[in-house]
Design a protein around this ligand. Structure first.
Ligand code: JFZ
Length: 477
């Protein structure tokens, strides 16, 4: 209502005023004549919103999770019949067009005796991660858990015979970290009616996709939601051929079996949050809930040749950048066929954890930046190949928030002093999180600017966090 009159009023003409009155009368009439059913629907959707808000609470607090891509593809590890296969490791069956009959034989060799659920969970804890998402079944169709729905699973088809998801669920419960399952609902290259395997089974549009959904995907998701205790989310992926109706059957399963469990953004219809493209961090703050899945090298599933690891400095920057834009970071490891998480992955993640031990209050449950200019801007001069202006990210600082507090993340130490523009409120005090005694730093206000005097040397590696506490009663950011 207010919105309508606001739009019309600035004209200030007689007609404008009359029109505004008319709009007001009309909107009042619609409200009054609304049938009771519609009002009830209003409250029903309000309670649905409340339920969604409750479900989302842990996710908004968590910010940082461990993704694990583990399956039969860890055996070839990026190489088939002596030849390297380009692309991400878990896609090898597709990239090399390996027939089901051949790929299936990998199961007989899969014996990851070095797998230790407690060690994996400990890594996530050490890294400061708050949830773990592991592939229960990737596009290759192989279930990494004891499934009664299909014998093509780790317990029935391998010499290993153990259920790693059961062991992980127990270890996660012990360490109080949440566990979720990746499940490839649409692509299943093992099944004649699953999406994606055109080399064995012909084009997808000739398949009885609903037969596959009803007889494998839906009952397997039911197993995952029934046999492993609380599941924090199901991470669906690549929604080929997923109509609204097909997606709804999965939503119903989740809401019925585990109403607190979240649905990611790749089911086929809207989930509980938005999933960004792989490794794609948005350029600006997004008001909705979102998560970016990302790799430590260039593959999800283990590839023996991929040793191009992102350094800890980049991981810390990306984590902070993501939180300052309102999102979560789901960072992947690809364990080997023996059950070992590559040492470089472990080392780099533990470095992030070391930084988080000191600076975690600026990350967990923290809000997005109230500024925005620091995120970068579109260039006035540089254009991309489509003639659109290039976005230039700025990397020297980011800002995260808590009520009454601003956390300024300084990636490049400014030395001497730091000036923050656009601060209307009064600053009560300023200190560095890396200073164990949180000694007050000298702060000066100059109009909308805050100028903080800093020590000569950065107190932390990667990112020194400057905390500004606002005076109570001054405008909340
Ligand atoms: C998918 C999978 O195919 C891949 O194997 C891996 O599991 C990854 C996490 O997800 O790949 C995608 C899916 C979506 C996008 C990119 C890669 N996307 O939206 O940009």
């Amino acid at each position: 209502m207010g919105g309508n009159s606001m739009v019309i009023m600035p004209g200030k003409s007689k007609h404008g005023v009359l029109l505004a009155l008319l709009v007001l009368l009309l909107s009042a009439a619609t409200v009054l004549s609304r049938p009771p059913a519609a009002q009830e629907r209003g409250t029903a959707s309000e309670s649905a919103e409340r339920a969604a808000r409750m479900r989302m609470r842990w996710f908004r607090e968590a910010k940082f999770g461990l993704f694990i891509h583990w399956g039969l593809y860890a055996i070839p590890a990026g190489e088939w019949k002596g030849q390297p296969v380009a692309g991400i490791g878990e896609w090898i069956m597709n990239r090399a067009k390996i027939p089901v009959k051949e790929y299936e034989q990998l199961a007989a060799q899969f014996n990851p005796v070095k797998f230790n659920a407690d060690e994996w969970v400990q890594l996530a804890v050490d890294a400061g991660m708050k949830y773990i998402v592991i592939t229960s079944k990737h596009h290759d169709g192989f279930a990494m858990y004891a499934s009664k729905v299909s014998p093509y699973n780790i317990v029935d088809a391998t010499p290993f015979k153990r259920d790693p998801l059961k062991e992980l669920a127990a270890a996660c419960a012990r360490r109080k970290i949440r566990l979720g399952f990746y499940y490839s609902q649409a692509q299943d290259w093992h099944e004649p009616n699953g999406a994606g395997n055109t080399w064995d089974f012909g084009p997808d549009d000739k398949k009885d996709f609903d037969q596959y959904l009803r007889d494998k995907a839906e009952p397997q998701v039911r197993e995952l939601l029934s046999n492993y205790g609380p599941v924090c989310l199901i991470w669906f992926d690549t929604p080929r051929m997923m109509t609204a109706e097909r997606s709804q059957r999965f939503i119903d399963l989740l809401r019925q079996l585990q109403p607190a469990s979240l649905i990611d953004g790749r089911l086929g219809s809207a989930g509980d949050y938005r999933s960004m493209g792989d490794n794609r961090i948005p350029l600006t703050v997004l008001k909705e809930d979102w998560e970016v899945p990302a790799t430590l090298n260039h593959t999800w599933g283990f590839k023996k040749d991929d040793t191009d690891w992102k350094p800890p400095s980049e991981l810390v920057f990306k984590l902070v950048d993501i939180v300052s834009k309102g999102g979560n970071y789901l960072l992947n490891v690809g364990p080997t066929a023996e059950g070992i998480i590559p040492q470089a992955s472990q080392d780099n993640l533990r470095e992030v954890g070391r930084w988080l031990k000191v600076n975690g209050e600026s990350i967990y449950g923290a809000g997005a930046t109230p500024f925005g200019d620091e995120l970068g801007a579109y260039s006035d001069t540089e254009k991309d190949k489509d003639g659109k202006p290039v976005f230039k990210a700025r990397e020297d600082w980011r800002c995260t928030t808590r009520p009454g507090k601003l956390y300024v993340h300084l990636f490049k130490w400014p030395g001497e002093a730091f000036e923050l523009r656009g601060v209307k409120e009064a600053v009560a005090r300023a200190y560095l999180l890396a200073d164990p005694s949180h000694r007050n730093l000298a702060v000066r206000k100059d109009g909308d600017s805050v100028i903080v005097t800093l020590p000569a040397k950065a107190p932390a590696e990667y990112d020194s966090v400057l905390c500004l506490e606002m005076k109570a009663g001054s405008k909340d950011r």
